[in-house]
Ligand binder design. Structure first.
Ligand code: CA
Ligand code: CA
Length: 312
């Protein structure tokens, strides 16, 4: 497999390529070393594939920075892998992200020992690396080759790794998201509307209306083309855990508005688990989801939605 110069590898970090790629369900993750649990916190490699950015894997290279350490992802069968989406470093908070090492160069290695090297930016943002050539494989390894140094701990961390394949995503691809208001970024990250379509339960859109519970706030899904939609798949509220779900507001009802001016009313369960609501099919280039009913959380009076995607 050809070697990719670092400068080119950076240019290949194209989030747009994710929109049309499906995320492969990884069946198991392992690593050549892992930092032992501490204070009840696990750094197990299964944290790489749990759909949460705040749960992390930390290498267990005693006294070293983890160079040469690798994590293996078992795809549970042969897939045509086109790339990876990586949450590099410790995404528990921005402070933790700064404290621990982040990977700089990584090698993606396949069972036939072919590999590609990529250079990751030192930024707290999901990064897509695209293989020069799609690879049919049932497993792959990600090996740490060099690091961006953290300011406190000499341990290298990944928070989440998604494997992308060449099949189209099962949800309708969105070209642009917008929202009536967006809660400002804080120590835990941002609350931008595109967080509803990243497969990550603890990244979310939250509204930012003063003295309101979020009723009347909206999220726009612009498909950039005419698409048929008949279902909305949702993780309501802050879906990180039941405790977090109880703290923030979640939606109970919404009005869906389509390009031709037609509307549908939908209601949501008070649950942070996956739910899919069906409505009469519409062909549309855009859907506005206006939240018409909100149930208040116990701690934060802000409406949040962790995941929301439309299906045909
Ligand atoms: Ca994780
Ligand atoms: Ca999310």
């Amino acid at each position: 497999m050809r070697w990719i110069p670092a400068t080119l590898a950076v240019a290949l970090l194209t989030p747009a390529s994710l929109a049309s790629a499906a995320v492969v369900k990884v069946s198991a993750a392992s690593s050549t070393s892992t930092l032992p649990d501490a204070d009840g916190v696990s750094y197990d490699p299964k944290n790489l594939i749990d759909g949460k950015q705040a749960t992390v894997w930390v290498e267990g290279d005693t006294g070293g920075s983890g160079l040469g350490t690798s994590v293996s992802l078992d795809l549970g069968g042969e897939k045509t892998v086109t790339g990876l989406r990586i949450w590099n470093g410790n995404w528990y908070t921005f402070d933790f992200w700064q404290r621990h090492n982040r990977a700089k160069e990584i090698e993606v290695i396949f069972p036939d020992d072919s590999k590609e090297t990529f250079t990751l930016d030192d930024e707290m943002k999901p990064q897509v690396v695209t293989l020069a050539k799609a690879m049919k494989t049932s497993e792959l390894r990600v090996r740490i080759k060099s690091i961006h140094r953290g300011n406190t701990f000499n341990d290298t961390v990944f928070s989440e790794i998604q494997v992308l394949d060449d099949s189209p995503a099962d949800s309708v691809p969105v070209k642009a998201f917008s929202a009536s208001s967006v809660y400002p970024s804080d120590a835990d990250g941002d609350y931008d509307p595109d967080n509803v379509d990243d497969g990550i339960l603890d990244s979310m859109w939250c509204e930012n209306v003063k003295d309101g519970d979020g009723t009347g706030e909206w999220l726009d899904f612009d498909f950039g083309a005419s698409r048929k939609v008949s279902q909305l798949r949702l993780n309501n509220g802050n879906a990180y855990s039941f405790a977090m779900f109880m703290k923030a507001n979640h939606a109970t009802t919404a009005t869906l508005s389509f390009s031709d001016g037609s509307k549908e009313e939908v209601s949501f369960k008070s649950s942070f688990m996956d739910q899919t609501v069906s409505f009469p099919a519409h062909t549309t280039t855009k859907v506005r989801v206006t939240f018409t009913g909100v149930k208040a959380g116990k701690e934060f009076n802000d409406l949040c939605i962790s995941e929301a995607t439309f299906l045909e």
